[in-house]
Unconditional design. Structure first.
Length: 235
C-alpha cells in the first residue's frame, strides 16, 4: 500500500468518511489483512467445487483447532483468509441462515443467495462509525439447482463469481497458475490434481500432505473432507 500523505491522516481514523479521492482507508487495511492470511483456493469442475487451504503449523497446538475450511450445509462450504475470529463469527451466522432456509422453504439455499447474505454482512460494517470492517475474505463454493458456483466475498462486501480463484498471501502465484492451466468442464480427478499442484507450487511446504485441507462439494453427494492418505495419492 502506498505511503499515506499527511492531509489524508484524518480519513485514516474514521470508518465511514471518504477521503478526497474517494477511498475508505479502513476497508483497504482490511484487505491488507487478507493478503497476510493463509493461501486459500477454490475451483469449479463439471459437477462440483473444490476448496482448499493450508493449515498453520504451531508447536503444541491441537490439530484442527485453527479452522479455515468450513462446512456450511451439505451442499455449500467456504474457505477463508484473514482474521480467523472474524471468519468464525460470520460462518456461524451463515450456517444459521442456511438452516432457516431449509426450515422455511423445505429446500437447500442457493449458493448465490447465501453469498449475498454474507456480502450484506460484510458491507454493513463499512458504513457505520464505531464499527470496523471484517478483516477476512471468503471463497464460498457449492452446488445447487443452477450448477456449480464459486463466489468470492471481500471485506468491502463485494461479490465476484469465478471459475477458479485464490485469496491470501500467495494469491498472485496461484492465480497465475490457474490462468495458465484451468480448463472448463474438468472432471473431479483433474480438478483435484490441479488444486494440489497449485497449492504445492504456491506454498512450497515440506509437509504438504499433513497441512493441506481439501473439501469437495459434488452434485448428488454430501460435503466431503479429504483425509491425508487421499491427498498423498496426488503428491
Amino acid at each position: 500500500m502506498s505511503q499515506m500523505l499527511p492531509e489524508y491522516m484524518g480519513y485514516d481514523r474514521t470508518m465511514s468518511t471518504f477521503s478526497p479521492d474517494g477511498r475508505l482507508f479502513q476497508v483497504e487495511y482490511a484487505k491488507e489483512a487478507v493478503k497476510k492470511g493463509a493461501t486459500s483456493i477454490g475451483l469449479t469442475f463439471n459437477d462440483g467445487v473444490i476448496l482448499a487451504t493450508i493449515r498453520q503449523e504451531i508447536d503444541l497446538a491441537v490439530p484442527g483447532t485453527l479452522e479455515k475450511l468450513f462446512k456450511i450445509d451439505e451442499h455449500i462450504g467456504a474457505v477463508s483468509s484473514g482474521l480467523l475470529a472474524d471468519a468464525r463469527v460470520l460462518i456461524s451466522q451463515l450456517r444459521t441462515n442456511a438452516q432457516m432456509n431449509r426450515i422455511t422453504y423445505e429446500e437447500p439455499i442457493d449458493v448465490s443467495a447465501l453469498s449475498k447474505v454474507l456480502g450484506d454482512k460484510l458491507q454493513f460494517s463499512t458504513i457505520y462509525a464505531g464499527l470496523r470492517p471484517f478483516g477476512v475474505s471468503f471463497l464460498v463454493g457449492g452446488v445447487d439447482s443452477t450448477g456449480s458456483h464459486l463466489i468470492e466475498a471481500d471485506p468491502s462486501g463485494m461479490l465476484y463469481e469465478w471459475k477458479a480463484y485464490t485469496i491470501g498471501k500467495e494469491s498472485a502465484i496461484a492465480n497465475k497458475l490457474f490462468t495458465e492451466k484451468y480448463k472448463n468442464n474438468m472432471n473431479r480427478e483433474d480438478a483435484l490434481k490441479l488444486a494440489i499442484e497449485v497449492m504445492k507450487k504456491a506454498e512450497k511446504s515440506k509437509n504438504l500432505a499433513k497441512l493441506l485441507e481439501i473439501s469437495i462439494i459434488q452434485k448428488g453427494k454430501k460435503f466431503e473432507l479429504l483425509v491425508e492418505k487421499d491427498i498423498k495419492k496426488f503428491l
